[in-house]
Design a protein around this ligand. Structure first.
Ligand code: DGJ
Length: 731
């Protein structure tokens, strides 16, 4: 039984094949955490919580004023504010009288097969025989507010998910001021913390720091999960490497304001917590109402960071991402943005598609600038009406011509936005997020639509449908290019204004769900000025996300390395772009641009008419290669071999291996050449007993040899040089 309750000792034990998680109900009904880590058989770990230092200054519970138990130091499952626990709290409710002292106590529980959906929120899913769920009903005795803690274990995956619902069964309204989705107390702080930081064009760079007596907190207040921090955090043992050591990964299935923190308290224990950012948040809970907080995914690995990442990838591919495009082969696309920006017409696009089709490219994605008067970034967002003058006909005329070339068609939208210079704004100036009387900040000259208003959500949906119904559009790039400011809604009362950021995210999810229900065959690619909203919430709707507006192959090594900490390679939109690169001016070989893009969902982002005949041949070969290697790149297990963040930051290498270990693809990129530098790569994840043939050279090696002595790639020299090694097992 993956979830077991010992009714005598009042202990819960949650097991997956790779982890155990244990907590107990104490004499007063407080849920006290005892263990999370590698699988163990033992049940009663209460001894770990004995003999805490509890100086007289620590408040003791009213029922045991002389005892040792104190919320000041005890590891607790769902910490609350104002009742003796001074570490970051997971929950705080403000009573009708204005007090925020909160403490939840156990009432009852149930255990069942499967996993419940989260109302209005994306979440992992599982069949009855794939996961088991524990629901614990708790109550704050003073206010009568009830909180249900959900724990689901994916037995075969070393994954546990948690989320929380709150209900108000009383006859007075309360305010939820803080609600995290998970909180885990560790007995020691002998860990490093890893998180992903960055900014526009440099998303999800890797950071690893030793824990200290302080709080390490990452967050977003931008209305989206953001490029600056990702809702991912890991605690790893100080000796953890890619293949060895312990790693606890936490990832929030949410696309809005989040916070994740790890706090080391004065006696040395550590608390990791994650959920909706409490800054700027409040939720009024009227009598009879309930609230659902997003899901947190928790992965435990004692096979290092690589094991943690592969578990996340498997979970997301099988239990989060949906729709036919998960398994159906994604087309090689070409996007016109970096080549033309908004300077195009129908003829230019047709020529683009024609040239692309000669190269084997399968889809043209028309980016920004096809609607309203949109010829620059200063206007027209919200006016989702095809600019027929610019296209030289209807959207259908253009798409029909392009389809006749054997090329599919995809289209860019930025559905959540409104330009002050737009017909939509002139008709509905109050449809944007704003605060009456306060000047509005513009981001990229635009404002954000108030999606919390049903009529606005409907307008966006209907105007998108009108375009999508008018032609054979098989792909949508869903962009989002500014952060929240002056976050107010004209349609909500004063006491609900702090609900706007979360209500907005709920409306966004509703809109995405409506779109996919109406167009079940649509391939959706998420985007937010590149990878500014790359999170599990968006992956639930879009199986690929534009990883970064920086398409430079060398910069992408860092970005893609960090992104794969928890997101599957197949979710990373990765395109070959022009050289010198638009953003960095760096020159890199076409082969390397292709080899780096091959790690993710492959495409092009340049003007194909600029290619020489030799380059055309290279592109044709790259497209063929993408198809030949599809199974290994899209469904294979990822092993990061050399981190671009390590040592001299002079190279990066990774490999992907099919589940049956019959095929592998190894990629090595030299960032900076040192004269005479040796290039040995010890591989991972192969079958030691199998013989592997290097498809390019015909040479065979045993799996054991490749994983121990490794490959010798000393002939690879030159800044930006790269090599792909395709290995196939001999029968
Ligand atoms: C930002 C995106 O990240 C780009 O790829 C492009 O779509 C532009 N927006 C268009 O405005």
């Amino acid at each position: 039984m993956p979830i077991f309750f010992n009714s005598e000792k009042k202990i819960f034990k949650l097991d997956t094949k790779g982890s155990s998680y244990i907590f107990a109900i104490n004499e007063d009904g407080i849920l006290v955490h005892t263990y999370y880590g590698a699988p163990i058989k033992d049940l009663d770990l209460g001894y770990l919580n004995e003999n805490f230092t509890t100086p007289g200054i620590c408040p003791k519970p009213h029922y045991a004023p002389g005892g040792r138990f104190t919320l000041d130091t005890a590891p607790v499952e769902f910490p609350c504010t104002g009742t003796g626990d001074y570490r970051p709290a997971a929950f705080s409710v403000r009573s009708a009288q204005g007090h925020t002292a909160t403490l939840v106590h156990y009432l009852s529980h149930k255990i069942y097969g499967g996993k419940p959906a989260l109302e209005g929120l994306p979440a992992t899913f599982a069949g009855e025989d794939e996961a088991t769920t524990l629901e614990i009903l708790t109550e704050d005795r003073h206010t009568g507010i009830r909180v249900t803690l959900f724990y689901t274990v994916f037995e075969d995956l070393s994954v546990m998910t948690r989320h929380v619902t709150v209900e108000n069964p009383t006859d007075t309204a309360v305010n939820i001021e803080r609600i995290y989705s998970t909180s885990v107390d560790f007995h020691t702080h002998d860990y490093d913390v890893i998180h992903l930081h960055g900014h526009h064009c440099r998303e999800r760079n890797y950071s690893r720091t030793r824990l200290d007596y302080a709080t390490h907190r990452i967050s977003s207040l931008r209305g989206a999960s953001g490029a600056e921090h990702n809702p991912f955090m890991a605690l790893v043992s100080p000796d953890a490497t890619e293949n060895y050591g312990e790693a606890y990964g936490f990832n929030l299935v949410y696309s809005g304001n989040f916070a994740a923190e790890v706090n080391v308290e004065c006696y040395g224990s550590a608390r990791v917590a994650m959920g909706i950012n409490s800054d700027g948040f409040n939720w009024l809970l009227e009598p009879g109402e309930h609230f659902t907080a997003p899901e947190a995914v928790m992965v435990y690995s004692n096979e290092g960071l690589g094991g943690m990442s592969r578990t996340f990838h498997n979970l997301y591919r099988k239990h989060l991402m949906r729709g036919e495009w998960l398994t159906k082969r994604r087309p090689v696309l070409i996007n016109n943005w970096e080549a033309t920006a908004m300077n195009f017409d129908g003829e230019k696009l047709y020529e683009f598609a024609k040239k692309a089709s000669e190269l084997g490219i399968e889809m043209l994605v028309l980016d920004d600038g096809w609607f309203g008067k949109r010829n620059n970034a200063r206007c027209a967002l919200g006016d989702w009406v095809v600019n027929e003058e610019k296209l030289g006909g209807t959207m259908n005329d253009l798409v029909t011509r392009i389809n006749a070339l054997g090329v599919k068609f995809g289209l860019w939208f930025e559905p959540e936005m409104i330009s002050p210079d737009s017909d939509l704004y002139r008709a509905h100036p109050d449809w944007c997020l704003h605060i009456e009387g306060r000047p509005m900040s513009l981001g990229r000259f635009q404002l954000i639509l108030d999606l919390t208003r049903k009529e606005v959500e409907d307008y966006v949906f209907e105007s998108m449908c009108r375009v999508l119904d008018s032609a054979n559009i098989e792909y949508v790039k869903w962009d989002f290019n500014r952060n929240f400011t002056e976050t107010g809604s004209a349609a909500l009362p004063a006491e609900r204004q702090k609900e706007v950021p979360h209500r907005y995210v709920l409306a966004l999810y509703r809109l995405l769900e409506r779109l996919l229900n109406r167009y079940p065959h649509l391939l959706l690619e998420g985007c937010a000025s590149g990878g500014g909203r790359f999170d599990p919430g968006m992956l639930y709707y879009s199986p690929q996300i534009w990883t970064s507006d920086c398409s430079d192959a060398i910069e992408r090594l860092d970005i893609q390395y960090g992104t794969t900490m928890c997101y599957p390679p197949s979710s990373m939109g990765a395109h070959v772009s022009a050289s010198p690169n638009h953003q960095t001016k760096r020159i890199s070989p076409l082969s390397t641009r292709g080899n780096v893009a091959l790690e993710g969902t492959f495409g092009y982002e340049l003007d194909p008419s600029t290619f020489t005949e030799e380059e055309c041949e290279t592109v044709r070969a790259q497209v063929r290669q993408y198809h030949e290697l599809y199974d290994v790149t899209h469904f294979g297990d990822l092993y990061r071999l050399v981190s671009p963040f390590d040592g001299d930051r002079d190279r990066s290498a990774w490999m992907q291996v099919t589940e049956d270990k019959r095929e592998a693809l190894v990629t090595l990129v030299i960032i900076r050449t040192h004269v005479g530098q040796r290039q040995y790569l010890r591989l991972c994840g192969l079958d030691p007993e199998k013989q592997y043939r290097d498809v390019a050279t015909g040479r065979t090696y045993s799996g054991a040899l490749l994983m121990n002595a490794g490959l010798c790639l000393n002939t690879l020299v030159g800044d930006g040089a790269s090599r792909l090694i395709h290995l196939v097992a001999e029968d």
